[in-house]
Design a protein around this ligand. Structure first.
Ligand code: NAD
Length: 444
């Protein structure tokens, strides 16, 4: 039988695995296997050449029992209803695993932003926002960026929603530009959260980390300044070898932050392919190269890798930061990392997951490893509601507290039940959602 690649079936399977361990009531388990609300929209957009093109988009609210629904919007030619359902389910578990008061949602539009102009993308975003405006809102469902959407996309959504309401509603989205109520540190948050849990995992695996006192002393001695909120308590992970698939918001910033903490990022990739330099890449320069040429490939002094080869590089930490179903039955035997930190959502299939677990490779599951994004989205929403904005240092310090605590909770649960970290994370998350259901009761 061929491997299951439907993301929603995979998400349901992941839930089913823990339902037994948690002894979930049958009705609650069934409730949690389903999305709460699904909106499909088909809408016209005027293209630059005067043609009218019809696009399909989705907004799915998975569960709002712990708070308003929250989740990004993805623009990609391969977006499907089941993919968006899965991403909405994962958002529900993610918010729960880090203990922030949100439910889960996700949106997507089937389109190829690489072939569209900025004006076309703006018209598509504004019309899609108008179509889904009946279900989003700061107390109901709050979108954020995901693959091929960014702060500018959020600004268009915020402006369109505000025009419909007749007043400014910055709280309808997070991941906004700072000028309209965005949070400092949000752009880096997914990657920063991922860096924090990678560091904890390396420490846990007895990797030789440099303790904060030594690091601080070195900084004082050479006069370098560290002011990202990590000084005094953070560890350096000097020499840890890292490979990263995907070089967008999650991947490129993870590369930058991890190398800033002493790691040696030896391989990175994007849609055009990968690059390897066993002595370590100068990440700032790779970012510049990609900005200039559109890809990481062709960066000086590197060996060219195929798309999936980056996943098979000999390293301490592998960070999939692109799309779903990248580590599968076909290539899992070639994964040589000690830690797989899932910055992407759903990069590992259940069968591959089992093999990683058998091989004693530590997986930092997506609902934990990339939860930094939704956490700082929550901070942005809170700051907006209070009209009181925090320093970047405060944002980072609070993010670190939440990520380290979530890592410890997951590890403790995995040990207690003798299961892998994904199952441990699901136990923490699903229990929190199920408890909320039991306390609220079933209406009417
Ligand atoms: P992005 O649009 O900024 O970047 C996506 C990157 O993936 C690009 O570099 C693209 O070239 C690359 N890519 C796409 N297909 C690839 C392939 N087959 N091989 C190699 N690279 C490929 O998107 P992003 O926001 O960085 O999202 C990446 C992943 O992180 C997604 O799974 C997303 O759901 C997840 N995520 C993002 C956030 C966030 O805040 N942006 C939060 C949580 C999770």
């Amino acid at each position: 039988m061929s491997e299951e690649l439907n993301p929603f079936k995979i998400a349901q399977q992941q839930l089913d695995n823990v339902a037994k361990l948690l002894d979930l009531k049958k009705g609650v388990h069934e409730y949690l296997r389903h999305t709460q609300r699904e909106l499909t929209v088909n809408f016209p957009v005027k293209m630059d050449n005067g043609d009218i093109k019809i696009f399909t988009g989705y907004r799915i609210q998975y569960n709002n029992v712990r708070g308003p629904c929250k989740g990004g919007i993805r623009y990609h030619p391969d977006v499907t209803l089941d993919e968006v359902r899965a991403l909405a389910a994962w958002m529900t578990w993610k918010s729960a695993v880090v203990g922030i008061p949100y439910g889960g949602a996700k949106g997507g539009v089937v389109c190829n932003p690489k072939e569209m102009s900025q004006n076309e993308l703006e018209r598509l975003t504004r019309r899609f926002t108008s179509e889904i405006s009946i279900i989003i809102g700061p107390e109901k469902d709050i979108p954020a960026p995901d693959v091929y959407t960014n702060a500018q996309t959020m600004a268009w959504i915020m402006d369109t929603y505000s025009m419909i309401k007749g007043y400014s509603v910055p709280g309808v989205v997070t991941g906004k530009p700072i000028s309209i109520g965005g949070s400092l540190g949000r752009n880096e948050a997914t990657a920063r959260g991922c860096m924090f849990v990678i560091r904890e995992a390396l420490k846990h695996l007895d990797y030789k980390v440099i303790p904060p006192e030594v690091w601080r002393k070195e900084c004082e001695d050479d006069g370098s300044s560290i002011c990202d909120g990590d000084e005094g308590t953070g560890y350096r992970i000097d020499g840890a070898k890292v490979a990263i698939q995907g070089f967008g918001n999650a991947g490129s910033i993870a590369a930058k932050l991890l190398s800033g903490k002493g790691a040696k990022v030896i391989a990175v990739s994007d849609t055009r392919g990968g690059i390897l330099n066993k002595d370590g890449l100068d990440i700032e320069k790779v970012i510049e190269h990609k900005a200039k040429t559109g890809s990481v490939i062709g960066f000086e002094g590197t060996e060219l890798l195929g798309h999936k080869q980056v996943l098979e590089v000999e390293c301490d930490v592998l960070v999939p930061a692109a799309l779903e179903n990248q580590i599968t039955n076909d290539n899992v035997d070639n994964v040589k990392a000690k830690i797989v930190a899932e910055a992407a959502n759903g990069p590992t299939t259940p069968e591959a997951d089992q093999i990683l677990s058998d091989k004693k490779i530590m997986v930092l599951p997506d609902i934990l490893a990339n939860a930094g994004g939704v956490t700082v989205s929550y901070f942005e929403w809170v700051q907006g509601l209070q009209s009181f904005f925090w320093s970047e240092r405060d944002v980072n310090v609070r993010l670190k507290e939440i990520m380290v605590k979530a890592f410890e909770n997951v590890l403790e649960m995995s040990k207690r039940h003798g299961v892998d970290n994904r199952t441990g994370a699901y136990i923490v998350a699903v229990k929190r959602v199920a408890d909320a259901i039991m306390h609220r009761g079933i209406f009417p």
